[in-house]
Design a protein around this ligand. Structure first.
Ligand SMILES: [Zn+2]
Ligand SMILES: [Zn+2]
Length: 141
């Protein structure tokens, strides 16, 4: 098997950020990001001199990386959606993966039961934070 590129590009050569995997420095979860801000070079590639700002989808953590932080996609998954079934590359240490064909978010190769508990806890903490913002303690019901 030949090594997959760090990420896929669309037909115009722009990076597909659903195929860019990093480890969120705040919660430690490895997944694609929920949003990305970056700059492109004239030929549509990633500008390596410009920082890339990513948002972790588990808990909305924002962090800045360079392409050096992109994890190698050294494993393969078959999409869990039966009607899709696409085979795609992802890091062996990914907790969650996104199918580039149908965009379904699904468990990654590294999602052991213990990791699954961690990811659930990260999301639960985030939900609590959001609830506290919407309904501050001591506020009117
Ligand atoms: Zn995070
Ligand atoms: Zn799929």
């Amino acid at each position: 098997m030949t090594a997959a590129p760090l990420f896929d590009s669309d037909s115009e050569g722009r990076p597909d950020f659903d195929t860019v995997y990093t480890r969120c420095p705040a919660c430690g979860v490895v997944a694609a990001s929920s949003s990305a801000s970056y700059r492109l070079t004239g030929d549509g590639g990633l500008d390596p001199t410009f920082p890339i700002e990513l948002t972790c989808w588990q808990a909305g953590h924002r962090y800045t990386v360079t392409s050096a932080a992109f994890l190698p996609r050294d494993a393969q998954r078959v999409c869990a959606r039966p009607s899709c079934g696409a085979t795609f590359a992802c890091p062996a240490q990914a907790d969650e993966v996104t199918c580039p064909a149908c965009r379904l978010l699904q468990p990654g190769p590294f999602l052991t039961p213990a990791r699954s508990d961690h990811v659930r806890q990260v999301r639960a903490d985030y939900a609590d934070t959001v609830r506290a913002l919407l309904h501050p303690p001591g506020g009117r019901p």
